[in-house]
Write a protein of this length. Structure first.
Length: 353
C-alpha cells in the first residue's frame, strides 16, 4: 500500500525496499507486542494450553502456558506486508500463501492437541503431511508458472549454475519448504529456542534475496539476478519484527508458545526465502540449529530401529542436554550463539565465489 502512495503522491522515499522493510518490521513488532497480552488472557480463559510431554519432568511448570501464539505474529506479519509491499508481485503473493497455508495446517494440528489435551491427538501424520505437500505444491506452481522463477540450481562458492532442474524444480522446492518447516517444528521445544535462530535466518536470507533482486549488487557479488524477488525482503522484515515482539513473551520463562501454527509457517517461509535466493544448500548453514535438531531425531530413530540402542538420552538434542542437567537458559543461549556464528559465516560466503 505504501508503494502505491509513492506512485500516487510521488513520495519518493516510499519507493525504496529498505525503507518499507523497516516500516513493515515496526508495524509487525508493535502489532504483536501490544496484542499478545490480549491473546494470552483470552487463551488462558479458554484453557488453550500447550500439552506437555510427561518425559521431561522439568517442563511440568509449563503445562498451564497457552499456545498458538503464532497466530498473533503471523497476523501482524500479514498486516504489515499488506500495508508496505507490492501486492501484485507474484513472489510476495507466494510468500503470503506460504505463511497462511502452513499456518492454517499448524492451527488445525494445535487445535486437535488442545481439545484432546494430548500432543499426539492433532492431525494424523499422513493428513498433516498431505496438507503440507499440497500447500507447498501450490506455492511452487505459482513460482514456476506465474512468477516464472528460474529453475537453475546453484551451489555455494560457485558463480555459475550447476544445472537446470526444469520441471523437477517443483519437487525440489516442495522438499525444501517441507523439510525446513518440520525442522523448525522439531526445534520449537524450549522457550525462545526457535525464535532467535529464525530471526537470524530471516535477516541473512533477507539480505541475500535483496541482493538477488538488485541488478547492480547481484552483478558485483556474482549472484543470480531475479527481477522482483527483492520485494519479499519486506515480508521477511515484517516476520522478523513479529517474531521479535513475540520473543518479549516467549523468552524464558515463556508466557506463550507459538505452537505448530507458528513453527510450521516460519520454517516453510525460511525455505521459501532460500528458494528465491537460490540458496537452498546454504540454508543448511543458515539454519544449522534446525539441521542439528532434525539430524538428532533421525539418528535416534535410526539407531533404535537398527540396534535397539539410543544415541541420545532423549531427542531432539535440546532434551538430551536437559536430561544431562543443563539449565534450560544455558541450552537456549548457547544454541543462539551457534546460530549467530553460522549466519555470519553464511554471509561471508557470498563474497567467496
Amino acid at each position: 500500500m505504501l508503494y502505491y502512495f509513492y506512485e500516487l503522491f510521488d513520495i519518493n522515499i516510499l519507493q525504496y525496499i529498505s525503507v518499507r522493510a523497516g516500516i513493515a518490521f515496526l508495524i509487525a513488532f508493535c502489532f504483536t507486542i501490544f496484542l499478545t497480552p490480549l491473546y494470552i488472557r483470552w487463551a488462558k480463559a479458554k484453557k488453550a494450553n500447550q500439552p506437555i510431554s510427561k518425559w521431561v519432568k522439568s517442563h511440568k511448570s509449563k503445562q498451564s502456558t497457552p499456545t498458538m501464539g503464532g497466530a498473533v505474529f503471523l497476523n501482524g506479519t500479514i498486516l504489515a506486508a499488506i500495508l508496505t509491499a507490492k501486492l501484485h508481485n507474484p513472489y510476495v503473493i507466494g510468500g503470503l500463501i506460504t505463511l497462511i497455508g502452513f499456518g492454517l495446517v499448524g492451527f488445525k494440528d494445535d487445535l486437535g492437541k488442545i481439545l484432546n489435551n494430548d500432543n499426539l491427538q492433532g492431525l494424523s501424520p499422513k493428513g498433516k503431511m498431505g496438507l503440507l505437500i499440497l500447500t507447498s505444491l501450490i506455492v511452487s506452481l505459482i513460482l514456476l508458472f506465474v512468477a516464472h522463477m528460474p529453475t537453475t540450481f546453484y551451489l555455494p562458492f560457485i558463480k555459475t549454475p550447476i544445472f537446470d532442474m526444469g520441471y523437477f524444480a517443483i519437487a525440489f522446492w516442495v522438499l525444501v519448504m517441507i523439510a525446513a518447516s518440520n525442522a523448525v517444528n522439531l526445534t520449537d521445544g524450549l522457550d525462545g529456542l526457535a525464535t532467535v535462530p529464525t530471526i537470524l535466518g530471516l535477516s541473512t536470507l533477507g539480505i541475500i534475496v535483496y541482493i538477488v533482486g538488485h541488478a547492480i549488487f547481484s552483478n558485483y557479488l556474482l549472484l543470480p539476478n531475479i527481477k522482483g524477488v527483492g520485494e519479499v525482503t519486506i515480508v521477511a522484515a515484517a516476520l522478523a519484527g513479529g517474531l521479535l515482539g513475540f520473543l518479549w513473551y516467549n523468552s524464558y520463562p515463556a508466557e506463550l508458545f507459538m505452537g505448530d501454527t507458528g513453527s510450521l509457517a516460519i520454517g516453510a517461509f525460511l525455505g521459501y526465502m532460500a528458494i528465491l535466493g537460490k540458496s537452498e544448500i546454504l540454508l543448511i548453514l543458515i539454519g544449522i540449529i534446525f539441521v542439528i535438531e532434525t539430524l538428532s531425531v533421525m539418528l535416534q530413530v535410526g539407531s533404535y530401529k537398527l540396534r535397539k540402542k539410543r544415541i541420545f538420552l532423549m531427542a531432539p538434542i535440546h532434551h538430551h542436554y536437559e536430561m544431562k542437567g543443563w539449565k534450560e537458559t544455558k541450552i537456549i543461549v548457547r544454541f543462539w550463539m551457534i546460530a549467530l556464528i553460522a549466519n555470519l559465516i553464511a554471509l561471508i560466503t557470498l563474497k567467496i565465489r
